[in-house]
Design a protein around this ligand. Structure first.
Ligand code: PLP
Length: 386
């Protein structure tokens, strides 16, 4: 099935890049667990396959599948989300260039840009991406070549208007990069709204089962794909065949999983709002969330991520984080099992003490697809301990 195929999302998820294997007809394409490929004479390659850092059929199959779901022409699969981000930035930018980055971006993205790529000569400024004036103030005239946004953002769940930001990026000659990890292509397709590149930590909803670390980029532009593809090959942070295969398997069920993540999260967010101990619930599916109307236009539903703050401050957040059992205290998100995170010390520890620091009375929930009654009962007993 080709990327341009106009079947529905779930049909593309199951069939794009997944043709039965040619020789045996195996319905599930095998894991090509090989580092190299036999040549039928010097330089006479079979189907273009030469060496595993360059190309591998299992990785190709994932790249085609993910491109088809994001509605993009090119997909590139990496060993982690951060490896994908690094290849993208080094592929497109040069020393002296400038990035405007969301002020509540994933801590590791900020660390990569601010601590690793800064030494390479790429500078950055952070902005509240949901606030036009803040973005304008962060732009360095003539030097900003990339605007980087997460929507919903991590962990404050802010919603940014992708189409408006794409127009702004275009007007200053910059690329718009959207980290689509929280929404996944089932809920939102940024390329259709004008973004130049979509980034994923496929470790999260795309893999979906907390059993593989990976990253991906999707884009339409041939030149961007060629430049970033060169870095992927030259630097070599590619996904391994088994990791690519696991990610492909997870991706086939993305649609049904996301429907359930969203339904459970909506019910939990509404329940949390009614709890006396709770200060604020950050979930775009709640009507009084500042991004609710925009999210309704831009997303199919509101996803499985919720952040919540507690009136009794840091000790209460820590107590809840350490008192659940259906929700496992662990980094990461987007798997079928519910996870509890205390960002100030866990996912966002690298931005502690900076303007990107996360409130210390906040916990982040990755709402899994267990029975929602069990999820709520688990949170209820944890909050009752306060
Ligand atoms: N982007 C977001 C929104 C993330 O949450 C993460 C990881 O948590 C990353 C990127 C980085 O991905 P990885 O951990 O696969 O390198």
């Amino acid at each position: 099935m080709s990327q341009a195929d106009n079947h529905g999302f779930n049909t593309r998820a199951i069939h794009a890049g997944q043709e039965p294997e040619k020789r045996t007809g195996a319905v599930v394409p095998p894991v090509y667990q090989t580092s190299t490929f036999a040549q039928d004479g010097i330089g006479k390659l079979r189907d273009g396959y030469e060496y595993g850092r360059g190309t591998n059929p299992t990785r190709d199959s994932l790249q085609e599948q993910i491109a088809a779901l994001e509605g993009g022409k090119h997909g590139l699969s990496f060993s982690s989300g951060l490896a994908a981000e690094d290849a993208l930035i080094r592929g497109l930018l040069k020393p002296g260039d400038h990035i405007v980055l969301g002020n509540d971006a994933y801590g590791g993205t900020h660390r990569l840009i601010d601590q690793v790529l800064a030494a390479w000569g790429v500078t950055n400024a952070t902005a509240d991406m949901a606030d036009d004036a803040s973005v304008d103030a962060a732009i360095a005239k003539g030097r900003t070549r990339m605007i980087w946004v997460e929507t919903p953002s991590n962990p404050m769940m802010k919603i940014t208007d992708i189409a408006a930001l794409a127009a702004k990026a275009k007007s200053i000659g910059a690329w718009l990069v959207v980290d689509n990890t929280f929404a996944s292509p089932y809920l939102q397709t940024p390329l259709a709204l004008g973004a130049d590149v979509v980034v994923h930590s496929t470790t999260k909803y795309i893999g979906g089962h907390s059993d593989v670390v990976g990253g991906a980029l999707v884009m339409n532009d041939d030149e961007i794909a060629q430049k970033v593809g060169f870095i992927q090959f030259a630097v070599g942070a590619v996904s391994a065949p088994m990791d690519a295969w696991l990610t492909t398997r997870g991706l086939k069920t993305l649609g049904v999983r996301m429907d359930r993540h969203s339904a459970n999260a909506q019910a939990i967010a509404e329940w949390l709002l009614q709890q006396d101990a709770v200060e604020n619930v950050y979930y775009p599916g709640l009507p009084d969330h500042p991004g609710h109307e925009l999210a309704k236009r831009q997303m199919k539903s509101f996803g499985g991520m919720i952040s919540v703050t507690f009136k009794a401050g840091e000790p209460a957040a820590r107590k809840v984080a350490e008192s659940t059992s259906v929700f496992t205290l662990a980094e990461s998100l987007g798997g079928i099992e519910s996870l509890m995170n205390y960002p100030a010390e866990m996912t966002h520890a690298s931005v502690k003490g900076t303007e990107l620091a996360v409130p210390e009375n906040l916990v982040r929930l990755s709402v899994g697809i267990e029975d929602v009654e069990d999820q709520i009962a688990d949170l209820d007993q944890a909050i009752a301990k306060l």
